[in-house]
Ligand binder design. Structure first.
Ligand code: SF4
Length: 341
């Protein structure tokens, strides 16, 4: 869970929200003045960390605190404190927490590499039905990948299909976990957003990132997904082990697929392996700009700027790619929308 700026400083509260936040709220409520210094709060609660801009480092432990059993958590969509749908009749259904991977840039690793726990089929199915009863029509299936755990996926899909045809879903799909059974489960859903991580096809960058998608099998998986959805494939600019040429190769590979492409500049997040190892790995980042990576060995700051300019330039001239869209850090490069007057 990410926190909000506090006293002009970024403060993060680490862990599963049900375990991490109540003690924080309790501490804040106990302050007579309603005013806590970040360092005092960090000293009182091990799950907190705060970025000290002057010193250029995080202070506090930022320990990842966990709930003992997901199945025992209060339901979101039933009971006296049941949630109400967000804008667009949207609502989340959590399938699982944790991840089977531990990518070096990601903070999911905070749950320990490969650690993964599911909510259970019964909980998922009843949450879907209750959420629908409260007006949800756009289901966000929350998990590192909705298709990791067949049981959770099956429970969510059959409950959603049982509701009728007026609902859409969003979620993350991992191409390495696409077998015929999983494909059959997800293909009948109406996908509004389907995120698929690629990040890079540069072998050295994949090795350092600790996750490798093989271009051939990735492309085959995408072609299958594209028969019933438009996958939004994510890539990262500035990965250790990547180069200017490698980055362009990755982007060109992605643009040749029937997808929407989203590119992000690498950022060093707390608890990520890249932040812990930034000095020995020779990573330079701007901590006045949330840890945005400036350079890595083999990919200088000038080259990263050049890569960024090349990327933004893809939206000029005639579009010649199979991909239908490309975004950079949330900004649309192609297609360009007419500016509203
Ligand atoms: S980036 Fe995705 S696959 Fe990698 S550790 Fe994070 S959640 Fe898992």
């Amino acid at each position: 869970m990410r926190g909000a700026p506090c006293h002009g400083r970024l403060m993060l509260c680490a862990g599963e929200v049900e375990a991490a936040v109540p003690p924080l709220l309790g501490a804040l409520a106990s302050s007579r003045s309603g005013h806590w210094e970040p360092s005092t709060l960090c000293a009182a609660l091990p799950q907190l960390t705060s970025f000290d801009h002057a010193a250029g480092r995080w202070e506090g432990q930022g320990l990842y605190v966990r709930v003992p059993d997901l199945k025992e958590l209060p339901r979101i969509w039933s009971g006296p404190n049941a949630a109400t749908p967000a804008e667009g009749k949207a609502g989340w259904i959590e399938l699982s927490r944790g991840c089977r991977y531990s990518c070096s840039f990601c903070i999911v690793c905070s749950m320990k590499a490969g650690e993964f726990s599911a909510f259970g089929s019964e909980v998922i199915a009843s949450e879907v039905v209750d959420a629908y009863g409260r007006g949800v029509r756009s289901f966000g299936l929350l998990a590192a990948a909705t298709n990791y755990d067949k049981g959770s996926l099956g429970a969510a899909c059959s409950a959603i299909k049982g509701l009728g045809g007026d609902v859409g879903v969003s979620g993350t799909i991992h191409v390495n976990y696409l077998d015929q059974e999983r494909l059959a489960l997800i293909r009948d859903l109406r996908w509004e957003t389907m995120i698929v991580g690629l990040q890079t096809i540069t072998p050295e960058a994949q090795r350092l990132m600790k996750r490798a998608e093989q271009p051939d099998s990735f492309g085959q998986g995408i072609e299958q997904l594209a028969t019933f959805a438009t996958p939004e494939v994510e890539l990262i600019l500035g990965l250790p082990g990547d180069t200017l040429e490698g980055f362009k190769r990755s982007i060109n590979f992605a643009l040749g697929l029937p997808i929407s492409v989203s590119v992000y500049r690498l950022r060093l997040d707390p608890w990520s392996r890249y932040l812990e190892k930034m000095e020995p790995m020779g990573i330079e980042a701007d901590f006045h700009n949330l840890g945005r990576v400036l350079s890595v060995p083999g990919f200088s700051a000038t080259e990263i700027d050049e890569a960024e300019a090349w990327l933004l330039g893809l939206g000029s001239g005639q579009w010649k790619y199979r991909a239908s869209r490309i975004m950079y850090d949330g900004r649309e490069i192609w297609p360009k929308r007419e500016r509203r007057k």
